[in-house]
Design a protein around this ligand. Structure first.
Ligand code: GBH
Length: 485
């Protein structure tokens, strides 16, 4: 089954980082342990009707208690890097710039970092993976209030650089800012659950709030980076950037110029919304301004200057590909897609790929390679792949058949082949790969029903028993083959 990558021996740089990515809310548990404050995801999950299986992340995978066991397992999987996020409300329970730091929270992450380094695993640390302190939401509306929020975020960042920067050399400010805004303020299916859809949410305006929040994310990211560069980078010698989510968008009918245009517009609404300001122009794409007008905030001259070039790399999360068809009707007020339809088959009836256990996700490595090329051509900065992975149907118990996860193995074979060819044949500069994810975990509004792990978790068992799936060892073999010795 390694035939697909046979000719790709040693094509990845010898300092290529590979491993697994996780997020605090999804794995830690200990939601109120040792002084941790409430996050908007704690509030969301404790509100009836929000999570599919009515579950909470109160215990999740218990990583807060089992980090030594987890690092040992990571080590047995052969990884060279581990990407995880910090819980802001564990470190500063009330979140604000004048609120006290929780030393127990600092100690937990400090121990985790030390344990990783002792095992020669490089930590990649995400400052924010969606879990805003609830206190900031209550005080001033969280990211809806750029003026109040930004100094709080920058102070949080400064605590992290001060306390962990001697050992952490790879920082990611935000994970998928666009997903935070669209799921939390447009669809309203993620915390803080605001949306124009009154059947789902009491408050919110999907036509403006996502863009306001997106602007806050970009500006606060840029100020945190400015702080790192001015006060810490010279001495600590790390790199810092932002991770953006994006699927690939392929025209539904490649011979219809309107679909070709629509697919590019979809990439711009989904990806260039954040990537153009940071990596290309210091401003939003023209296609977004044309459709959204004044509902899209404007950068001040100072903000624009600060945002442009504010990421040392392109942090890339991507899972799948959609076929994109143009619409003949004008965009609706609450459209965030660039006025397109997202389809599973193209005009010739070809499927985008085999179905996973997750409604939006299909295996489509052909689109991943195209996306790598699109990003490289448009932005030209080194790409750090920070998330990519899949669920598989029927993973309900740790049986031999389930642990022999051929569907996930096929997924990784395809995507790693795409990466190897993008490097070798297309000349794309790729520096890391973090599969999503290390263990099954709390998959946000899907609760414990969607399993993305290369480790099966028995959520019924007392210690959340871990069972390695075969894919963990296949990924290891693939990278040992593809990374230059
Ligand atoms: C990542 O987001 C997250 O960073 C991670 O925490 C999560 O566990 C992982 O994916 C798996 O879900 O508009 O039809 O595409 C993935 C990006 C973007 C996927 C929003 C789901 C909504 C449905 N997500 N998308 S669709």
């Amino acid at each position: 089954d390694y035939d697909r990558v046979k000719d790709l021996k040693g094509v990845l740089r010898n300092d290529f980082y590979w491993g697994y990515a996780t997020a605090a809310t999804q794995v830690e548990g200990g939601w109120n342990a040792d002084g941790k404050g409430e996050s908007i995801w704690d509030r969301f999950a404790h509100t009836p009707g929000k999570v599919k299986d009515a579950s909470t992340p109160d215990d999740a995978v218990l990583s807060y208690y089992k980090y030594k066991e987890d690092v040992a397992l990571l080590k047995s999987y052969g990884v060279t890097g581990y990407r995880f996020s910090l819980s802001w409300s564990r470190i500063i329970p009330l979140g604000g710039k004048d609120d006290p730091v929780n030393e127990a929270g600092i100690r937990y992450y400090s121990n985790l970092i030390d344990e990783l380094l002792a095992n020669k695993i490089t930590p990649f640390v995400t400052l924010f993976h969606w879990d805003t302190p609830q206190a900031l939401e209550d005080r001033y509306g969280g990211m809806l209030n750029k003026e109040k929020y930004t100094p709080d975020f920058v102070r949080y960042a400064s605590v992290l650089f001060e306390r962990f920067g001697d050992r952490v050399k790879h920082w990611i400010t935000y994970n998928e800012p666009g997903v935070y805004t669209l799921a939390g303020y447009a669809a309203g299916v993620h915390a803080p659950a605001r949306s124009s859809n009154r059947a789902l949410n009491e408050e919110g305006d999907s036509s403006t709030e996502p863009f306001i929040v997106g602007h806050t994310e970009l500006v606060s990211h840029a100020y945190a980076v400015k702080l790192y560069r001015e006060k810490f980078q010279k001495e600590q010698k790390g790199i810092i950037g932002i991770t953006l989510h994006g699927n690939y968008s392929e025209p539904w009918d490649e011979n219809d110029p309107l679909d070709v245009e629509a697919a590019e517009r979809a990439r711009e609404f989904e990806i260039a919304w954040y990537a153009d300001p940071v990596h290309k122009t210091g401003d939003y794409p023209a296609s977004m301004r044309a459709q959204l007008g004044d509902r899209l905030p404007r950068f001040t001259a100072e903000e624009s200057k600060l945002v442009l070039g504010s990421s040392d790399f392109y942090g890339m999360n991507s899972y799948t590909t959609f076929y994109i068809r143009h619409k003949d009707t004008p965009p609706e007020l609450n459209d965030h897609s660039g006025n397109v339809d997202k389809l599973d088959t193209n005009s010739k009836g070809v499927s985008r790929g085999p179905e996973s256990d997750t409604y939006w996700l299909r295996t489509a490595p052909w689109g991943f390679r195209k996306l790598l090329n699109w990003i490289w051509k448009r932005y030209g900065v080194p790409i750090y792949i920070t998330e990519n992975g899949t669920t598989a149907k029927g993973e309900t118990e740790p049986s031999e058949a389930v642990l022999n996860d051929q569907f996930r193995i096929d997924f990784f074979n395809g995507y790693l082949e795409a990466i190897g060819r993008a490097v070798k044949e297309d000349g794309v500069d790729i520096r890391s790969y973090f599969a999503w994810t290390f263990t099954d975990n709390w998959e946000w509004a899907a609760g414990y029903t969607d399993r993305f792990g290369v480790t099966f978790i028995d959520f019924e068992s007392e210690g959340k028993k871990r069972y390695p799936k075969k894919s963990a060892y296949v990924v290891k073999d693939l990278f040992q083959h593809m990374v230059k010795a």
